[in-house]
Design a binder for this molecule. Structure first.
Ligand SMILES: Nc1ncnc2c1ncn2[C@@H]1O[C@H](COP(=O)(O)OP(=O)(O)OP(=O)(O)O)[C@@H](O)[C@H]1O
Length: 307
């Protein structure tokens, strides 16, 4: 596969504190790479380094676009920042033409693409509406259009789904998939694990500035998705905590979620349940990306797992 972005041993410190530590990863053509991590993990700092808004203290960020290594080909990159920063007193088309112009993209083509995207995002015919008249979700759609209007080859989306209702989230998801099928490489940072799980083919998980997991979603799930048993019934937390092969128990009145250790199969766990257990309902599932994330944020996975 063709590499589009290489992050090599990037370290960044603020006031002597390293908030990104020796991070390396690659994004390939057409990848949808999910960048995950708890609050303050270093995701935005990493993105700012990639975007050339700040520079790494050590290491290198290189793009390979149009067949050659480049530092930062701004005209080929689209960026949807986490902060929503559109001017208020201008029309949708003025802001989109302005953004297209910054990238050297022809106005005629931008006009056609704008009406296509407004139509797609249920904003058909709103070219002359002012930004200040838009709802949060509508403004988010316009900002997304601004990030892709110039047909970028590389797209950075920081929390793209914030403020969107489920229908609009689906529209965005479909468009992100379609851009990726068309060869656009996408770096997507989001706290919405279900959306990351549904969209990304690879993930990069950072915690306290360090790479924790990096690999394809399938590899990550295979490696980290142990089983969990959700049991509804009036049982004490201790019953489960003392069973062999149990990593941790999440307990509330009437419901226990029992996380199994890696080498504990569902059969082994179920065989050892006490006969007098109160069971109203029982599910055995693979843990989700959300659970993997929580495990890691709690320090359950060693640093630097490369899959
Ligand atoms: N300009 C700055 N000066 C000093 N410290 C900073 C600066 N920018 C970020 N930091 C610190 O770097 C660390 C990582 O912050 P960053 O914004 O990259 O995290 P994040 O993973 O994007 O978090 P969130 O999910 O909350 O947006 C934090 O401890 C933050 O306080």
């Amino acid at each position: 596969m063709e590499n589009v972005l290489t992050i090599k041993n990037v370290t960044k410190a603020f006031g002597g504190v390293e908030v990104v530590k020796n991070v390396s990863f690659e994004v390939e053509k057409g990848d949808i790479m999910g960048t995950l991590g708890p609050n303050g993990a270093g995701k935005s700092t990493l993105i700012r380094n990639i975007m050339g808004m700040i520079y790494p203290d050590k290491g290198e960020v290189s793009f390979f676009l149009g067949g050659k290594k480049q530092r930062l080909p701004l005209d080929k990159i689209g960026y949807l920042p986490e902060e929503r920063g559109l001017y208020k007193d201008v029309t949708i088309q003025d802001i989109i033409f302005y953004l297209a112009g910054l990238k050297g993209y022809p106005k005629g083509k931008a006009k056609d693409r704008l009406s296509k995207y407004l139509e797609m995002f249920d904003l058909g015919g709103m070219e002359k509406r002012k930004i200040e008249e838009l709802s949060k979700g509508m403004a988010q759609k316009v900002q997304f259009i601004g990030a892709i209007i110039h047909e970028p080859e590389f797209l950075i989306l920081d929390e793209p789904f914030s403020g969107l209702d489920p229908v609009s989230q689906d529209l965005f998801r479909e468009e992100i998939r379609s851009l990726s099928r068309g060869g656009v490489s996408i770096l997507l940072s989001s706290h919405q694990m279900n959306l990351v799980e549904a969209l990304c083919n690879r993930i990069f998980l950072i915690n306290k500035g360090e790479k924790v997991i990096y690999g394809t979603l399938d590899e990550v799930k295979e490696q980290f998705s142990d089983f969990k048993c959700t049991l509804y019934g009036e049982n004490s937390r201790e019953i489960f905590e003392q069973l062999p092969g149990v990593e941790r128990v999440q307990w509330e009145e009437g419901k226990s979620v029992i996380y199994l250790m890696k080498d504990t199969t569902p059969q082994k766990f179920l065989r050892q349940l006490p006969q007098d257990l109160h069971i109203k309902e029982l599910h055995m599932d693979r843990i989700s990306l959300h659970d993997i994330f929580v495990n890691i944020a709690r320090g359950g996975v060693s640093h630097g797992a490369n899959l």
